[in-house]
Ligand binder design. Structure first.
Ligand SMILES: [Zn+2]
Length: 250
């Protein structure tokens, strides 16, 4: 899906994005080149992350399922969604989940000036922090697209950028619980960071139901592999330095 593009090169201070359709085509490249950015953690763990919420239509069902499974996860919230549902954002935090930032609006940072990126980040941080009482530690850019200015700006705000190593591809119109499980299984390795969504606000309508249906089966999969699911905070990510922060070019 074209909205899921990602970083191919930060090394020269430049960014080149490759389009999907095939997550597996670029995942190994990204994981090899940027293991810390991708969120590769402790081999016995798997980090479970949800983007794009909180959403009154879907997040409560996801929360209930997580409670049944006994999982704690990381929620990359959108400030715009938090503003519409601040109580729900607080419920996510009160349930013990980790609160992270996905920006205020779901915009591609490559199309925005550094000033706009900064504005969006501040708005998102303010919304998430005031609703949940938590200060996000992690940032995941909308669509997984990065730019060098965005990395510096987020780092200046004390945020560490984390993408993912494994995607459920649950944003697709044809996503089913089986397809989500199959996609996660295909990319699963010890220390994986799994991308899922608790809202369809940027996905195909109703796509979150595939995610919800997949969760108990993902629990079986993780158990089979001997992996303990948890939030990024428990994932043992060691390097808090943004990539190429020594580069003078932004
Ligand atoms: Zn998103």
């Amino acid at each position: 899906m074209s909205r899921y593009w990602t970083l191919a090169s930060l090394a020269a201070g430049s960014v080149v994005a490759y389009g999907l359709p095939s997550v597996t085509a670029w995942d190994p490249i990204r994981v090899r080149a940027f293991p810390n950015l991708s969120g590769r953690g402790t081999p016995s763990q798997v980090a479970v992350t949800f983007d794009d919420g909180p959403d009154p239509a879907s997040t409560p069902a996801i929360l209930a399922c997580l409670e049944q499974l006994g999982w704690t996860a990381t929620f990359f919230m959108l400030g715009a969604m938090v503003t519409k549902a601040p109580t729900l954002a607080a419920e996510v935090a009160d349930a013990g989940h980790e609160i992270a930032l996905h920006g205020h609006d779901h915009h591609n940072v490559l199309t925005r000036s550094p000033q706009r990126i900064e504005q969006d980040l501040r708005r998102g941080l303010d919304a998430v922090t005031s609703a949940t009482g938590r200060t996000p530690r992690w940032y995941r850019p909308p669509q997984g697209i990065l730019s060098t200015p965005a990395l510096f700006i987020t780092a200046r705000h004390g945020l560490r950028t984390v993408l993912w190593t494994d995607a459920g591809r649950d944003w697709r119109a044809d996503a089913t619980p089986s397809s989500v499980v199959a996609s996660v299984r295909a990319g699963l390795a010890g220390g994986a960071t799994v991308l899922l969504h608790d809202s369809d606000c940027t996905s195909a309508a109703g796509a979150w139901r595939a995610t919800l249906g997949a969760l108990p089966r993902l629990a079986e999969l993780f158990s089979e592999r001997g992996l303990t699911p948890g939030p990024l905070a428990a994932h043992g990510l060691l390097d808090d330095t943004p990539p190429h922060s020594h580069s003078g070019s932004t």
